[in-house]
Design a binder for this molecule. Structure first.
Ligand SMILES: Cc1ncc(COP(=O)(O)O)c(C=O)c1O
Length: 406
């Protein structure tokens, strides 16, 4: 007889498979036919013996393949060892960590910073530690799972406002004495940006803190990684695994907040510190991105090219201006089918399904980077248009016609 847990696991996996929602890892390897050091050729990998152009990574500036940064990691490991050896409050906090914290403060204008091994743990630690059952917190409908998990653990009363709606946010702020409003700078699944300046003004008016998850904006979006950021944003979470191409995260805010987290955040206190080599790498990556503004320019050009080609081919995008370009298909199984057909043409895009996005809004999440070559972007759009019309997903003109008849 099966145990209770075996039965539960089998039933849940079966249900997910039936709904097209089963998640599985894909084992990828390096495309050895490429010069992997070349940060100018489109990002590629090999899956089951075949090479694909990667349109689904968050390595927006292509920094993960920059040789100088590989050297910075190597040097960091030689200097400090390959691991931190302890939690930060024991013996895991070194001058490599302090140097990165200082750099992040200089870049954003915040007083102090605290490093974590991932953005997920930075967000959950912040939410769980900062809020408790006495707090009312309002958050955009689309904030990341790590924020929701942390808020649920905190016991705070959570109220959600309509995505990017100032009216909806203000209604909630006016109703109750709210401790904080939480949003993202660039939304991870929609690619649109929050109206940070206006939200900041609302928060000031209602004496609430503005907390911004800047995972997808930091180092790519002008505006929130300069010394002005701290004037608008009370707490900013930046991650190193997206545009900086490496790993880890930081919470930035006042010295009082960071001191409070140091003595209370369980994820920080009871976990091995980010390795100093990774801190040295993230520091080198911030320097590299600042010293190479042409990468941001190239990314903007690639985004513009992708959008223009999609417009010409009637491919129905959501209207994002960032590196994250979603194409809503709706049905989860059909989304998987489109992604599969693109793979048959050597193009890899993310198929995002519930619960990551709301039911009925399954989508392709296509991400552009500074490293994509123009011909690969053109190939991606051409294939996309072909596959959509073959499978019967409405193109812009057909969607428009359907809307006109409503
Ligand atoms: C908006 C947002 N916040 C936080 C995270 C977590 O960051 P990390 O990947 O460093 O854990 C992600 C990652 O997907 C994200 O999209």
């Amino acid at each position: 007889m099966s145990s209770l847990l075996e039965t539960k696991i089998a039933a849940r996996q079966h249900a997910l498979r039936e709904q097209g929602l089963l998640r599985q890892r894909k084992l990828l390897s390096v495309d050895h036919t490429l010069n992997t050091n070349a940060s100018t050729s489109s990002p590629r990998f090999v899956f089951e013996g075949r090479a694909y152009v990667n349109f689904s990574s968050n390595d927006y500036l292509g920094l993960s393949r920059v040789p100088e940064l590989a050297e910075a990691l190597h040097l960091g490991a030689q200097t400090y060892g390959v691991g931190s050896g302890a939690s930060p409050l024991v013996t895991g906090y070194s001058d490599a960590h302090l140097a990165l914290e200082r750099e992040l403060c200089d870049l954003t204008g915040h007083e102090a910073a605290l490093l974590f091994c991932s953005g997920f743990s930075a967000n959950t630690a912040l939410m769980k530690t900062l809020f408790d059952q006495h707090d009312i917190v309002v958050a955009d409908k689309l904030v990341h799972a790590s924020i929701i998990d942390g808020l649920q653990d905190s016991g705070a009363q959570l109220k959600r406002f309509l995505h990017n709606s100032l009216e909806s946010a203000e209604r909630l702020l006016a109703r109750d004495q709210t401790s904080a409003l939480i949003t993202e700078s660039v939304f991870s699944m929609d690619g649109d940006c929050a109206p940070i300046a206006q939200l900041s003004a609302l928060c000031r008016q209602h004496h609430a803190w503005l907390v911004v998850d800047d995972a997808h904006g930091f180092a790519v979006l002008d505006g929130y990684h300069n010394a002005e950021a701290a004037k608008l944003i009370d707490v900013q979470v930046v991650t190193f695994g997206k545009a900086l191409g490496c790993q880890g995260a930081a919470v930035l805010g006042s010295q009082a907040l960071i001191d409070f987290l140091v003595s209370n955040a369980r994820e920080y206190i009871y976990s091995t510190a980010l390795s100093p080599a990774n801190a040295a790498l993230a520091l080198a990556a911030t320097h590299y991105s600042t010293a190479h503004p042409e990468l941001q320019q190239k990314l903007l050009e690639n985004i513009a090219l992708f959008k223009q080609l999609c417009r010409e081919a009637n491919v129905p995008l959501l209207g994002s201006d960032t590196a994250i370009q979603p194409l809503i298909i709706g049905d989860a199984l059909q989304t998987l089918q489109v992604a599969e057909e693109l793979r048959a043409a050597g193009i890899w895009v993310g198929a995002i399904r519930p619960p990551t996005v709301p039911v009925g809004s399954a989508r392709l999440r296509i991400t552009l980077t500074a490293a994509h070559a123009a011909e690969d972007i053109a190939k991606c759009v051409a294939q996309l248009a072909q596959v959509l019309s073959r499978i019967g997903v409405p193109l812009v003109t057909e969607r428009q016609a359907a809307d006109d008849h409503r």
